[in-house]
Design a protein around this ligand. Structure first.
Ligand SMILES: Nc1ncnc2c1ncn2[C@@H]1O[C@H](COP(=O)(O)OP(=O)(O)OP(=O)(O)O)[C@@H](O)[C@H]1O
Ligand SMILES: [Mg+2]
Length: 234
């Protein structure tokens, strides 16, 4: 079924209930949240309010307990795990706070990983990865290992890896969480630049107000639902 109406992400009445033994922890409680194609959205809210859970579910890394997620017009609820991972590979790039870089690989090789998963040939993979590193201003560090890079540079490598496959949607979970104020600004400017240059839909989970105010809209979650919304750029 195709229903998108200009939305890249539609999260509709989503519940996510984690079960541990006999206990149930509802992380999302009927969350409804839509993200427009080409929008840059920031998601804020206290620790435990469901921000990462939302990002995982919007990115099909996890399935809702109930409710549905529609990505680029594709209702993901009926899809098999392999169909989901295909959509994820094609459509979505992820950037995590902890960078998740592989220490024995160079920056270039780390960036190339999503393309390797897709079976892109080596030369093409290297060219695309170098281009992604150029977008984050690190083409001259392509051969460095993560330990030879600063925290800010490692985060930029992680962003390059998130965007190397030219995703329509980039999901970032506290991408500046481990960075100082100056590097945080650099990172948010890179994300904004990607958003504006390629029309990539960007969702940034952040605790940093300076990052949030660079976005088009700020959503605050509390207890697994939207508490408030501020539109900064229509
Ligand atoms: N795998 C899991 N198993 C059980 N409970 C979980 C799991 N993941 C998250 N939770 C719970 O769900 C709630 C929401 O967690 P989530 O990670 O989405 O919060 P968050 O808003 O990202 O917080 P933070 O700002 O600390 O990263 C929390 O109460 C958390 O303890
Ligand atoms: Mg989180």
């Amino acid at each position: 079924m195709q229903v998108n109406d200009g939305y890249a992400i539609i999260v509709e009445k989503v519940w996510k209930v984690y079960k541990i033994g006999k206990n149930e922890y509802p992380a999302l409680r009927g969350l409804t949240l839509n993200v427009r194609e080409g929008e840059m959205l920031s998601v804020m809210g206290p620790s435990g309010s469901g921000k990462s859970t939302f990002l995982h579910i919007a990115g099909t890394l996890d399935r809702p307990t109930s409710g549905r997620v529609i990505l680029n017009g594709i209702d993901t609820s009926g899809l098999s795990d392999s169909e989901l991972s295909e959509i994820r590979n094609k459509l979505i790039g992820f950037v995590f706070q902890s960078f998740n870089l592989i220490s024995r690989l160079t920056a270039l090789e780390n960036v190339a990983l999503p393309l390797a998963v897709r079976g892109v040939p080596l030369q093409e993979r290297q060219a695309a990865s170098l281009e992604a590193l150029r977008l984050v201003g690190l083409e001259n560090k392509a051969k460095k290992k993560p330990t030879e890079l600063s925290g800010g540079e490692q985060q930029r490598v992680a962003i390059a890896r998130g965007l190397v496959g030219k995703p329509k949607i980039l999901l970032a979970d506290e991408p500046t969480g481990n960075l100082d104020s100056k590097n945080s600004q650099v990172v948010v400017e890179i994300l904004r630049n990607i958003n504006e240059s390629f029309g990539t839909t960007v969702v940034v989970v952040t605790h940093n107000p300076e990052v949030a105010e660079k976005c088009d809209r700020i959503i605050r979650l509390r207890d697994g639902v939207v508490e408030s919304e501020v539109v900064l750029h229509a």
